[in-house]
Ligand binder design. Structure first.
Ligand SMILES: Cc1ncc(COP(=O)(O)O)c(C=O)c1O
Length: 466
């Protein structure tokens, strides 16, 4: 078929990312730009334009204004997704040999950054909801217990990472956690890839942004939670705990020297939506519409779970004995395309475009799905990952990843050290990190995950060859 015919084909109802909904919610100034002669805007880093790391030029000015408007001190646009900016941010916070505290639900890009920067991830476990198989952000008591156990890790921790909100839109108040980490002298990076819209402050009920919570570095994905094109993101900096020169140095290590002017313009346009009255009106309308839609669907019997982001709908398929992965395949063949299939749930991203007729469509599809797969009984409870409150890989991630390895069936890996990252995508959250040693309980749990995600998790694992 070729890429262009595929990209321009109609694909049914898109309840997936990017959040601009196949162009429907692109900011009007970006649309106007795209109506100019095709390609006229594809410029290099000319002096008057500059780039994200230059002090002068329109990009620098745009970043300055965006930072002021959102309440941060500095900002850098990114054209390699939240991935590139998270990696640069982490490398700016810790030196080779140091360790970084991070939750078990970090995106794989941060583990990869540990490899690049020779950092040790100190991974803390999270509350787990057995009815749906999701982790939840920690509350204060949980977080205290994590901090109390830190001395056991016996490593020099230089910084901390928090994820806020999760892919499914779960969030807690992170300010107390940021404050506690600061109290320990640790700078905090928040992966707010899915929560750029929290910074709009448009709606009292949305959780506070990590910017307001006082985090030192914050990454927003502008295509996941604003109306940016795929790959757009922004890194914010504030406070005095992280050296901005170190941030620029690591951005320089990882960024292209030819950033796409189209993507940089998209960063500016997406962010300016949160600061102009028309953009804010649109966002408020989407949030109101999403709450109304959720309430009507619940009234019609759809098992939608509670979360803190109205723009993410979590359909609890497990409540009717249906795997979210089967549900996704069935719905996709009926042209309803979701974002995140998981063993117990299917998450839809409503995005920033209006969703006309969605109640009727989802109600009809749910009825069809129940008739095709429903068991009238919920799936058995999901097993909590058998992980300690905090854990440090038995071997440095980078050494393990590059080591001589051989592939064994998961069942035969007890006592071995993994040399690979096992990670279904989406959501991109590692189930196993290179350097971790497998015990019997972890092996049993991974076998269960293989059964849940047969196309994503192989029945084998690469382990250290002796
Ligand atoms: C929590 C989280 N952080 C970071 C990323 C990476 O974002 P991007 O795809 O923009 O690189 C993802 C992607 O799914 C994510 O879910």
């Amino acid at each position: 078929m070729g890429l262009i015919p595929l990209l321009t084909s109609e694909r049914g109802r898109s309840l997936h990312l990017p959040a601009h909904g196949r162009g429907a919610a692109l900011p009007s100034d970006l649309r106007a730009m795209l109506r100019h002669r095709a390609g006229i805007w594809d410029l290099p880093e000319l002096p008057e334009l500059g780039g994200p790391l230059m002090q002068r030029g329109e990009v620098a000015e745009s970043q300055r204004q965006a930072a002021v408007a959102i309440g941060a001190e500095r900002g850098w646009y990114g054209v390699n997704g939240a991935t590139g900016l998270l990696q640069a941010a982490l490398l700016a916070m810790a030196r080779p040999g140091q360790a970084v505290l991070m939750p078990r639900n970090v995106h794989r890009s941060l583990i990869q950054a540990c490899v690049l920067g020779e950092l040790t991830p100190v991974l803390f476990d999270l509350p787990f909801m057995v009815d749906r198989g999701h982790v939840y952000p920690p509350n204060r008591t949980w977080f205290h217990e994590v901090l109390n156990e830190l001395p056991k890790a016996d490593v020099e921790i230089a910084a901390a990472v928090l994820v806020h909100p999760t892919y499914q839109g779960y969030a807690t108040d992170i300010k107390p956690m940021v404050d506690e980490l600061h109290g320990l002298g640790l700078p905090v990076l928040v992966d707010e890839a899915h929560g750029a819209h929290f910074a709009s402050r448009v709606d009292e009920e949305l959780p506070d942004s990590a910017i307001t919570a006082g985090a030192d570095l914050i990454v927003h994905s502008l295509h996941k939670s604003a109306a940016g094109l795929a790959q757009t993101a922004v890194l914010w900096w504030q406070g005095n705990r992280v050296d901005p020169i170190a941030v620029e140095r690591s951005l320089g290590w990882l960024q292209t020297t030819s950033p796409s002017a189209l993507l940089l313009a998209s960063c500016e346009a997406a962010l300016s939506e949160w600061h102009n009255p028309a953009g804010l009106r649109k966002l408020r309308a989407r949030l109101d519409e999403a709450r109304e839609l959720t309430s009507r669907l619940r009234d019609l019997g759809l098992p939608l779970l509670e979360n803190q982001d109205p723009l993410r709908l979590i359909l609890h398929t497990a409540a009717e004995g249906i795997s979210g992965i089967d549900a996704d395949a069935w719905l996709m063949s009926r042209r309803l395309v979701a974002e995140l299939p998981e063993p117990g749930c299917l998450t839809f991203c409503l995005g920033l475009a209006p969703q006309r007729g969605l109640v009727r469509l989802m109600h009809r599809c749910w009825g069809g799905l129940l008739a095709a797969y429903g068991k009238g009984l919920s799936l058995p409870a999901f097993a909590k990952p058998p992980l300690p409150r905090i854990a440090v890989p038995a071997m440095p991630c980078g050494l393990a990843w590059r080591a001589q390895s051989h592939k064994v069936p998961i069942a035969e890996a007890v006592g071995s050290v993994s040399t690979e990252l096992i990670c279904p995508y989406p959501p991109g959250i590692p189930l196993l990190v290179p350097g971790e040693k497998l015990d019997q309980r972890r092996v049993d749990w991974l076998l269960e995950q293989h059964h849940f995600w047969p196309d994503q998790i192989a029945g084998t694992v690469k382990v250290l060859a002796f």
